[in-house]
Design a protein around this ligand. Structure first.
Ligand code: SAM
Length: 470
């Protein structure tokens, strides 16, 4: 029995494919399924998990048409550690051994042949096994027709025995819930998290996005080779770095002149001012990605500056929500809008408060107008947990919600990573959809997010709720 995660894809589905075992990292748990789904969809393959699959488990059995697809997904994922061709599984070692005996010999033999080298590794999730226990488990697999020679360094084939002791660290069972055996196919890209760590980044700011989340966002956005990706609130360009790593050409805007020009106060401890060449281009150069740098401009994201529609393959951004940076936009004095011809070249617009709900209306309009068809918008939406439901996510007639994943910030606040896809061409009337239909502006109640974040109102509310319950 299989569970297809996308109904449309199920309709176009063909063969079920081979069974593979994904071993996932147990962090950013909610972000994993949308990431893996996005990567499968980049390969034009539907993600098919077994029906009883537990999203929170580090082990997922997936059906994939070929090893090449498995490798392509692993070349991008930061959520999955490794993938294995699954040869057998069971709730006990006896069940596992029976299952292995039923695995077709013709699929096994090519990897067990005389003259080949191999290694067997034992991995236990949520349990520490002694050296002797590991050796015993390997010895118990002696019934498999291995003809090759054991080699611990650079063997041709690596086989893994994986035991699942559940996800409760305080209640690990004596015996595993499930045991798997498979042939290692590929590792994911977890090492990118350290390689691109912002701690070692040339140019950083107070709100530089962490490397793992940046790669996750690039994967949710399906940013890939030769795409053009835009970040309207670019800051120090962390999201551009992640997209450029996957071969996308990148550009961005920010209202802050100092950020764009790499000037002003430094964010690093023990450094007063930013040094020469502390800028986004230098960040890309640091990783050998300068060829993917298009440019960044000082510009206000509330104004659409792009003359041509449908130019970006993805828009990926972390808008300001007023906690560590100001939410400002340009305007004119006393709200009087001057005709364009009255502006002189030296005109400096005044800066005005930028309501959170307006930020997201503008962002969705920007995406709807400037994304190519099926292009993705990926952004963070701050919310107070008590008031949050999927209904508060801003909508747009041209954009379909693909996924929303929560990252907790405090006891009462979190941010949701929202992924949307362009499904309809933009028409001028769509720009005002939020004025004509409240369903397109459900987020307005969250405008006071910043005040509530700092005032502790949320703490009071939850205390009252608790008292009322008692
Ligand atoms: C959360 S930070 C982005 C951080 C960025 N992802 C990084 O990794 O450095 C938000 C950025 O939006 C910028 N910003 C605020 N209001 C803006 C506006 N109206 N238009 C464009 N940028 C704006 C801020 O200057 C800030 O750099």
């Amino acid at each position: 029995m299989i569970f297809v995660t996308d109904a449309k894809m199920a309709l176009s589905s063909g063969v079920v494919g081979r069974r593979f075992l994904l071993l996932l990292a147990q962090e950013n748990v909610e972000f994993r399924l949308p990431e893996i789904k996005s990567l499968f969809s980049l390969c034009k393959v539907q993600l098919r998990c077994e029906e009883n699959f537990d999203q929170k488990s580090p082990f997922w059995i997936v059906h994939i048409p070929s090893e090449n697809v498995a490798k392509a997904v692993m070349r991008r994922t930061v959520c999955a550690k490794s993938i294995f061709e699954l040869w057998g599984q069971g709730r006990t070692h006896e069940e596992l051994h029976n299952s292995l005996k039923n695995y077709p010999a013709d699929k096994m033999i090519p990897f067990l042949q005389q003259g080949s080298t191999y290694q067997i590794k034992v991995y236990a999730f949520n349990k520490t096994l002694s050296h002797n226990e590991r050796i015993q488990k390997i010895d118990d697999l002696g019934f498999l027709p291995f003809q090759g020679t054991v080699k611990l360094k650079d063997p041709e084939h690596v086989f893994w025995l994986l035991e699942d002791y559940g996800t409760d660290p305080n209640n690990a069972p004596e015996k595993p819930f499930c045991i798997y055996f498979g042939r290692w196919i590929a590792d994911g890209q977890r090492e990118l998290i350290n390689l691109y760590s912002v701690k070692k980044r040339h140019f950083i700011g107070n709100t530089s996005m962490d490397a793992c989340l940046s790669f996750l966002m690039a994967n949710h956005a399906k940013a890939g080779a030769n795409d053009l990706v835009f970040d309207p609130f670019v800051g120090t360009g962390s999201l551009l770095v992640a997209c450029a790593h996957f071969g996308a050409y990148v550009c961005g805007t920010d209202i802050d002149y100092n950020i764009i020009h790499g000037r002003g106060k430094a964010s690093r401890k023990n450094q007063k001012w930013r040094g020469p060449d502390e800028n986004i281009r230098a960040n890309l150069r640091q990783y050998g990605l300068e060829e993917f740098y298009v440019d960044v401009l000082v510009s206000d994201a509330s104004k659409n500056i792009w003359r041509k529609a449908n130019i970006f393959d993805a828009i990926i951004t972390d808008p300001p929500y007023g906690i560590r940076e100001a939410t400002r936009r340009t305007g004119s004095q006393k709200g009087i809008i001057k005709p364009a011809e009255e502006y002189v070249e030296s005109h400096v617009p005044v800066s005005m408060n930028y309501h959170l709900s307006d930020i997201f209306i503008d962002l969705l309009n920007l995406a709807a107008e400037n994304l190519v068809m099926n292009g993705r918008l990926v952004y963070w939406l701050p919310v107070y947990k008590l008031d949050y439901s999927e209904d508060v996510i801003p909508q747009h007639p041209c954009l379909k919600l693909i996924s929303n994943c929560e990252q907790s910030l405090t006891t009462h606040t979190s941010r949701q990573l929202i992924t949307m896809e362009k499904v309809k061409e933009f028409e001028d009337k769509d720009r005002y959809a939020h004025l004509n239909d409240a369903k397109y502006n459900p987020y307005v109640g969250h405008n006071s997010f910043r005040d509530k974040y700092f005032s502790g109102v949320m703490k009071k509310v939850s205390k009252e709720n608790k008292n009322n319950q008692n």
